[in-house]
Design a protein around this ligand. Structure first.
Ligand code: PNW
Length: 464
């Protein structure tokens, strides 16, 4: 197997607006659903909020210098909708747009390609008050917002992502309620999933109409690498159900122009799907220039009773009988099993399923309990091991024909890890939340060597 990444392979790092920016009241920004959620007692661990986060809004120039020292070829960030269109409709905030112009110009000046995600979960609260993603209207508001950002930044950003992980927005936001807006209504979650897909389709149309021809448009999904615990018909059916509710619910309309029939059957007791209109499937299937894949860990499911009793509302309405099992292997601080084979599976699946569609790994990484030593250095050998094994797997997929143009480590910086607050650190750069000082971890130095050499071997000898 080749140990060398292809010439021109793009090495990046990713963040998201609410997780890093802070400055939630600056320049006319209004609350997003995550401001409301994090300020509601009991929703986020230890009452943490994104009010300050990494203060990236005021320290972006320092962060771009860090990226430049890492040798990054690309930086994936998201635009905060309520920062650039405070009420979720109507006029833009020029001050908000100016922040992203400054960030993008600074990236370009350092030779770092900006990769812009329009929606990484921070819906303007006003739109949630009007019904949020379960309402069709929200998809149209997203298309207007997409056009507004494209008009302002289309001259300098080439890579555009409509949505980040619509599965999380729909099912963690509206079914389990562990994410904003914290609702627990299975039917609403299915409606939300459809309107997120519709928002993607309308958003791509708006971007195509506004952006120069050279621009590339994508979506970032978190496909679930789901396996059956056994080969029994019951466990295989459990796998099929989760595949429908986690994967094909989005890839069906977005990539193939139709919902899978089994999804409708499985969820018939929850909704009749009458909110899907005749032309929606055609609107949602827009030609894409590439597909973003976020990967952390695989899933193992069975039909039988599992390790743990089900707790709280399900993230998979229509698959209430399915049990999730902890896959074998070491775990990260999230409790997620380290198993890169799921990444290989997904890359090969998409290159078979959608021939000719280039892929990028838009997120991959791990949380560990990083702490500075008495000299202030942060050693994170587990993260190096995690990234190393996943990049090895990526090399194998490339050798087997997967068309992957880039890799984005999640995350550049430790940041606000949603319902876990600041307790989970995903960064290759440590953030001291008292001083907001940035300290590159050993993994950052390791990543710099991988980027510099395009090889994994050098990094391994030196750092593990
Ligand atoms: C992704 N799940 O979130 C997000 O895109 C990032 O913003 C986040 O920081 C990162 O992964 C690490 O969590 C997920 O429960 C959150 O299946 C939860 C799940 C999946 C992805």
């Amino acid at each position: 197997m080749p140990s060398q990444f292809p010439h021109g392979f793009v090495w990046g790092a990713a963040t998201a607006a609410y997780q890093t920016e802070g400055a939630v009241h600056a320049d006319g920004r209004t609350p997003s659903i995550w401001d409301t959620f994090s300020h509601t007692p009991g929703r986020v661990r230890a009452g943490d909020t994104g009010d300050i986060a990494d203060d990236h809004y005021h320290r972006y120039d320092q962060d771009v210098r860090l990226m430049s020292q890492l040798g990054l070829g690309a930086y994936r960030f998201s635009v905060s909708w309520p920062r650039v269109q405070p009420t979720g409709r109507g006029p833009a905030s020029q001050a908000g747009l100016d922040f992203y112009r400054r960030l993008v110009d600074d990236l370009l000046a350092h030779g770092i390609q900006p990769v812009l995600t329009l929606y990484h979960w921070d819906l303007p609260q006003e739109l949630e008050d009007a019904g949020g993603w379960p309402e069709r209207e929200t998809a149209h508001r997203f298309a207007d917002y997409a056009q507004l950002v494209a008009g302002a930044l289309g001259d300098r950003v080439q890579e555009w992502i409509t949505l980040n992980e619509p599965w999380c927005s729909a099912f963690l936001g509206y079914a389990t309620g562990v994410h904003a807006p914290g609702r627990t209504d299975a039917a609403a979650a299915l409606r939300a999933a459809h309107h997120l897909s519709l928002a993607h389709g309308l958003g791509v149309q708006a971007l195509r109409a506004t952006l120069p021809r050279r621009a590339r448009v994508a979506v970032a999904l978190n496909p679930n690498a789901v396996r059956a615990r056994s080969a029994s018909a019951e466990d295989e059916d459990a796998r099929r159900r989760i595949d429908a509710l986690a994967n094909r619910i989005f890839t069906g309309p977005m990539l193939h122009g139709a919902y899978p029939a089994d999804l409708f059957t499985d969820t018939a007791a929850i909704t009749d799907w009458s909110f899907v209109q005749a032309d929606d499937a055609r609107t949602i299937r827009q030609p894409l220039d590439w597909l973003g894949i976020n990967y952390y860990t695989p899933s193992v499911v069975s039909a039988a009773t599992g390790d743990r009793p089900p707790s709280g509302p399900t993230a998979y309405p229509g698959a209430e009988e399915v049990t999730f099992h902890q896959p074998p292997g070491t775990r990260t601080a999230m409790g997620w099993t380290v198993d890169p084979s799921g990444l290989y599976e997904l890359l090969m699946r998409f290159c078979r399923e959608v021939p000719g569609l280039p892929l990028a790994i838009t997120e991959n990484g791990a949380a560990y309990d990083d702490k500075p030593d008495d000299r202030g250095a942060v050693h994170d050998p587990e993260r190096i091991r995690y990234l190393h094994t996943h990049l090895e797997t990526l090399l194998r997929a490339l050798a087997d024909g997967a068309d992957v143009w880039g890799y984005f480590v999640w995350s550049l910086l430790d940041n606000f890890e949603w319902a876990h607050g600041y307790s989970k650190r995903f960064g290759v750069v440590y953030v001291d939340y008292e001083t907001l000082e940035r300290v590159p971890k050993t993994s950052a130095r390791w990543y710099r060597e991988v980027i510099r050499t395009g090889q994994l071997t050098v990094g391994k000898q030196k750092f593990s």
